[in-house]
Design a protein around this ligand. Structure first.
Ligand code: PMP
Length: 396
C-alpha cells in the first residue's frame, strides 16, 4: 500500500548521518571495546530521589489520563523558572508540557507553518531538525553558520533567506558545535525576525550547560515574546532523557492552539512523569549544576589536551555536552576520518557532516564518558590524526 509523501520523505533520503554510530553499536554488540563519544546522553542515570518520587506518584494512582496541557503545578513551576531566569512575565497560560523537546519542536513547527511554507534553520543543526520540519508539513531551508564566523549565524544571511519564510529555528547553546550565541548574533536574529515577521523557535534544551559567556533567551529581546516559541526539556538539565518531559513557552494564543494540538496527537504526558519533573524542578539549581558539572570538567580536560595540536583544533565554544574538533588539516572529511578512527582505534565520534554541510571536516565529540577514558580517547585521536598521510603533507 502506498504511504504518504510526508512520512516516506521525512528524512530526505540517506542515513541521516548515523552510519558511524550504527557501526559502532554493531561492533560493541560483537564484543569490541569501543569508546563511544557519539550521542548526547549523560553517563549517569536519573537521580534516585526523582525516580523514587516517580514511583510513589504512580503507586498513588497517578497513572490515568493526565492534564493534557500539563498539570497546573508543573506549568506553574516551568513558568516560574522561566520568569526568574529571563525576567519576562510568564504564567501557566504561556506553557504547554510536551513529551520531550523533540515533540515540542514538531508542535512548534506545526503551529507556525502551513503546508508548504518555508521554515528556516541553521546549519550545523541537531540531526532531527529537517525531518521534524518536513513532518510538520513545512519545507526546511538551511542557513549556514560558518566556521570562519565561529559558527554564529550572520543576520545578513538570515535576512537574505527570510522573504516568504514563516519561522526561524535556532539552538543556543548549540548542538553540535557547543557555541553560545553572543548578544550581537541574537540581536541581529531578533531584528531580522521583526523585520520579516518571522516566528522564532528557540531551542534552549542546553540552557543549564553554559561554560563561558551567558545564555540569553531571545524571548527577552524587545518585542520578541509575542513571536518566540521557546523549546525546553528536562532531558539534558536533569538527566531525564527517557522520561520525555519538555515544553513550549510562548504567547497565550499560540499555547491555546498547541494544547489543542496535544489533544489530537499525544494526549499529554503521563501524570507520574509530570510529578517527577515537578519534583526535579523543585530541587532548584544545585541539582542542575551537579548534572552539568562533569561536562564542564571534561571540556576543560579536552581543551587542555588539545592545546598543543595544530592538526586537531577545538572550535571555540561556551556550552553544551560536546566539543567540536576541526580536523580539516588532516585532509580528510569528517566522515572518512570518523570511519577510519573507529576501525583503527575503536573510538566512535560523530562526523560533522551528520549535522549539515557547514560542519564538514569537523567531528563532534560527546563528553559522555568518565574523565580518564575521555582523556585517553582524545590522546589517541590526536596521535591518529597527526599520523595520517594527508596531515604530513599539510605540515610540510
Ligand atoms: N534539541 C536539541 C538541540 C537536542 O540536542 C535534543 C536531544 N539531543 C533535543 C532537542 C531533543 O531532546 P528531548 O526530546 O530529549 O528533550
Amino acid at each position: 500500500m502506498r504511504l504518504s509523501k510526508r512520512i516516506t520523505g521525512l528524512t530526505g533520503g540517506g542515513s541521516g548521518g548515523w552510519d558511524v554510530f550504527l557501526r559502532a553499536r554493531e561492533m560493541i554488540a560483537g564484543g569490541a571495546p569501543v569508546t563511544e563519544l557519539t550521542i548526547g546522553e549523560h553517563d549517569i542515570r536519573t537521580a534516585p530521589a526523582i525516580l523514587d518520587h516517580m514511583h510513589r506518584a504512580a503507586l498513588a494512582g497517578n497513572t490515568g489520563y493526565a492534564a493534557i496541557p500539563g498539570t497546573s503545578a508543573l506549568r506553574d513551576a516551568i513558568a516560574a523558572r522561566v520568569a526568574e531566569r529571563t525576567g519576562v512575565t510568564t504564567t501557566r497560560d504561556n506553557v504547554v508540557v510536551t513529551p520531550g523537546g523533540q515533540a515540542a519542536l514538531f508542535a512548534a513547527h506545526s503551529a507556525t507553518s502551513s503546508p508548504g511554507d518555508t521554515a528556516l534553520f541553521i546549519d550545523p543543526y541537531y540531526a532531527t531538525y529537517p525531518g521534524t520540519i518536513r513532518g510538520a508539513g513545512a519545507v526546511p531551508s538551511a542557513i549556514a553558520a560558518r566556521p570562519e564566523h565561529g559558527f554564529q549565524p550572520l543576520a545578513a544571511h538570515i535576512a537574505a533567506a527570510a522573504p516568504g519564510a514563516r519561522s526561524l529555528l535556532i539552538n543556543t547553546p548549540n548542538n553540535p558545535t557547543g557555541v553560545v550565541y553572543d548578544p550581537a548574533t541574537l540581536n541581529g536574529i531578533a531584528q531580522t525576525c521583526r523585520d520579516h515577521d518571522l516566528w522564532l523557535i528557540s531551542d534552549e534544551v542546553y540552557d543549564t550547560q553554559v561554560w563561558e559567556g551567558s545564555h540569553i533567551s531571545p524571548r527577552t529581546l524587545p518585542d520578541m515574546a509575542e513571536r518566540t516559541l521557546v523549546v525546553g526539556s528536562m532531558s539534558k538539565s536533569h538527566a531525564m532523557t527517557g522520561s520525555r518531559v519538555g515544553w513550549i513557552v510562548g504567547p497565550e494564543e499560540a499555547v491555546a492552539h498547541l494544547i489543542n494540538l496535544s489533544t489530537h496527537t499525544t494526549y499529554g504526558v503521563p501524570g507520574f512523569l509530570q510529578d517527577a519533573a515537578l519534583f526535579a524542578l523543585q530541587q532548584g539549581e544545585d541539582l542542575e549544576q551537579g548534572i552539568a558539572a562533569p561536562f564542564r570538567r571534561r571540556r576543560e580536560i579536552a581543551l587542555e589536551l588539545l592545546r598543543g595540536s595544530n592538526v586537531v583544533r577545538p572550535v571555540p565554544s561556551g556550552g553544551a555536552m560536546y566539543v567540536m574538533l576541526d580536523i580539516r588539516a588532516t585532509g580528510l572529511g569528517g566522515e572518512d576520518f570518523a570511519n577510519a578512527l573507529l576501525d583503527a582505534e575503536h573510538i566512535a565520534v560523530m562526523p560533522g557532516e551528520s549535522f549539515g554541510q557547514a560542519a564538514a571536516g569537523h567531528l563532534r565529540v560527546a563528553l559522555t564518558v568518565e574523565d580518564a577514558r575521555l582523556a585517553d580517547a582524545l590522546q589517541r585521536l590526536v596521535r591518529f590524526a597527526e599520523a595520517l598521510p594527508g596531515t604530513a603533507q599539510v605540515a610540510e
